[in-house]
Each structure stands twice: as C-alpha cells, then as structure tokens.
Design a protein around this ligand. Structure first.
Ligand SMILES: [Zn+2]
Length: 395
C-alpha cells in the first residue's frame, strides 16, 4: 500500500499507526532517509492494501474508522482530500486493509508462470523482499533469488532442482507466504515468534532451479528446437512425468564438482531424462548460477528440497561440520523424517556445498510415493515441512 508523507509524519509514526515492525517498514522503503522525510514522498506500507468504499448515506469517517477498527488518522492519511464534515454520497473512499490471507497458492501444478504470478503478488504486498536474477535457464527464463531479512547469518533454501519434483516449489512458496504474514502481522508460527529471525537471518531462496524442466513436465514440450530435442531424448514419448533433467537432458543435481567423475563413469553418457551428469561439471547455466550464488553469499546453512522418501541426507565424505548432526536431529524431531548421513551418490549441490564450504548442507526428500507426487499429498507434505523450515532458521 502506498501513502504520501504529510507534514510532521515520521516512519516511526507510520509503524505505530499500522502496527508494522519498523525494520520491515525501513526495508520496504530503501533509499529513503528516515530522518528527513520529504512531504509528498511516497511510502510503501508492507502487509497492507487498500480497498475502495463508496460513501453511503449516513457514513462518517468516525463511523468507518470504528467499523474497520482503524484509527481515524489512517483514513485521513489515505484520503487527504476528503472533508470529514461533509462526505459526499457516491464518492469513493480508500480504506486501508491489513493482509491476513495468503496470496500464494502452492497447491496446484506449479509452473514457471504460476511462480512468476505469485512472486509479483508477494513483491507488491511485501516490498521488503529483495530479488535478483542469478542467471538464466537454457531457454532464457530468469532464475530468481529472493532475500528476506537483515541479519548476518545467511540461510538458503532451493526447490525444483529436479523437474518432476516441482511440488517442492509450491511448498517453499507457501511457507514463504506464511512467514511474510507472520512477520507483518506479528503472529507466531507453530507457537514460535518469528520476529527475531528477520533481524538475525538473511534468508535466501531460489524457488525453482530448473524452470524449463518443470514446464516440460507440466506443459509438455515447447514449440521449437528445445521441445524437439527433449522429445527425441524422451524417445518420442509425450509423457514427461519421469523427467528430472533440465531441458537438454542434463541432471542438474549431478553437475557439481564433488566426485563428479564417479557419476560420469557409471551414469548415462549422453543426454537423458534423468541422471546424465553432463559432459563436464557445471556445463549447464542453472548449475553455474547455483554455484555462483553459493560462492557469493557465504551460506551458513543450505537446504535443497527434493521429493521423495521422507529422508534427509546430511553428510558428505565426513566433511560436514559437527553441528550438521545436531541440526538434522532437530529436523527429524519436528518432521519425523529419517536422517541419512552417507549415500552412494555424488556431484549433488549438497555434496559440493559441504565439500567446498564445510557448512551444514541438506537434501530434504519431501513426501512418499512416485514422482511427481500427486497434489493430494500437498497439505500433508506442507505440514511436515513447516517444522524443517522453522528449524533451519533457529538452529
Ligand atoms: Zn531430486
């Protein structure tokens, strides 16, 4: 919601008027110097939107303030030209409304278009979210990173490293929306006050690492050369439900320089719907973007969300730090998911992350069944994930 600064107003005053934590308000208005607000400058109020009320017979600002449980000054602020003594029947009046419901719907076939639409809705309501393009997919889709919070410690989540595990993106986006609602409305999640996380943690999220692959699974092959190639890799079948790779048949979670040669030796030697590690490590733009991000951001903790199995892989060659075990025990306690330290699998993002940064990295396998997991499981998976998301912020 946009308002305009009046004479004498301060950000502290707006934080109180709309009952919004000051850090969220400050971060929603970067480039503004809070000490010297200019009269008439636009200010964004996170977690609020406006609706239009058409003035009826008998309406007064006092009555409307009472009905909407807003302070009178909030109505004055939004309607600087309204004359409270003589409201005109039929005139529009802007009413500020606190946002208390999700705008994200994660429980649907979560294509790149669905993601983009939900992100736009979130950016509008929560302008303290920072966003940057960390690269582009093979087909040129922007790989977006979101950042929330202002702490020194950086925690990273990503989803849809594998195309037919797209449900992970919907789960992450839904939790993000719940986190934003809790922050702006000063409400707990599972009884936990999340306000301190905003000041302590810089949360980094790449919700969809393989957008071309996700769209291939959900929408079928695109027109043109990329679609043709994918079809031929898929041996002519238009059923892409088993497809884990990126659009040109490279498994992005087999692309990282952590014993990559072991996978190259025993996995497919040419593009395939799954498992082909590429002709060399980091040959694919999506993997390059994710490696660059980790190098740049100094993550103190990394969670890659996959499906399925209800297990959490947390080790790599014994290079993981001791606190990885403490953290994974907490993940297990809050979700019931089984921790697994070592597995005969290499060249994954988690493997490389642990190897190169010696920080806790996790591959979280959500849900149980055959990929792509059906949306009937969404609510259950979401409930199991909440505790893991939270624990990644407090552990
Ligand atoms: Zn996976």
């Amino acid at each position: 919601m946009d308002i305009q600064v009046r004479k004498g107003d301060t950000l502290w005053y707006y934080a109180g008027l709309f009952n919004i934590p000051l850090p969220l308000l400050l971060d929603s208005n970067p480039g503004l110097s809070p000490e010297t607000l200019q009269i008439g400058s636009p200010i964004q109020i996170p977690g609020w939107r406006t609706s239009t009320h058409i003035i009826e017979q008998g309406d007064t600002l006092w009555k409307l303030a009472g009905e909407t449980r807003l302070s009178l000054d909030a109505l004055f602020l939004l309607n600087p030209n309204a004359d409270p003594g003589r409201l005109q029947v039929g005139d529009p009046l802007l009413i500020p409304e606190r946002v208390t419901n999700r705008v994200v719907n994660g429980n649907r076939p979560y294509t790149y278009t669905a993601l983009t639409g939900d992100l736009q809705a979130l950016f509008k309501l929560y302008p303290f979210i920072r966003t940057s393009a960390i690269g582009q997919s093979v087909m040129g889709k922007e790989l977006q990173e979101l950042r929330i919070g202002r702490g020194n410690e950086s925690v990273h989540w990503n989803g849809s490293f594998h195309a037919n595990e797209w449900i992970t993106t919907g789960v992450i986006m839904q939790f993000l929306n719940d986190y934003l609602l809790a922050l702006t409305n000063k409400e707990p999640i599972r009884g936990m006050d999340v306000q301190p996380f905003y000041n302590r943690i810089r949360l980094s999220i790449v919700p969809m690492v393989d957008p071309d692959g996700v769209d291939l699974v959900l929408n079928g092959p695109p027109e043109g050369a990329f679609g043709e190639t994918a079809l031929s890799i898929n041996e002519g079948s238009r059923d892409f439900s088993g497809w884990k790779a990126n659009i040109r048949g490279v498994d992005l979670n087999n692309q990282f320089p952590a014993k990559w040669e072991v996978e190259a030796e025993r996995k497919p030697k040419a593009p395939a719907f799954r498992d082909f590690p590429g002709y060399e490590p980091l040959s694919e733009p999506e993997a390059v973007a994710m490696a660059g991000l980790a190098r740049q951001r100094n993550f103190s903790k990394m969670l890659a969300f996959h499906t399925q199995g209800e297990v959490i892989y947390w080790g790599y060659e014994g290079l993981e730090p001791p606190r990885s075990m403490t953290i994974v025990k907490e993940f297990n306690r809050v979700s019931g998911y089984e921790p697994i330290r070592f597995v005969d699998s290499y060249a994954g993002y988690k493997d490389w992350f642990i190897q190169d940064f010696r920080q806790p990295g996790f591959t979280v396998e959500l849900g149980q069944g055959v990929n792509p997991l059906p949306l009937e499981q969404f609510d259950e998976i979401y409930q199991e994930s909440i505790g893991i998301f939270l624990a990644s912020l407090y552990m």
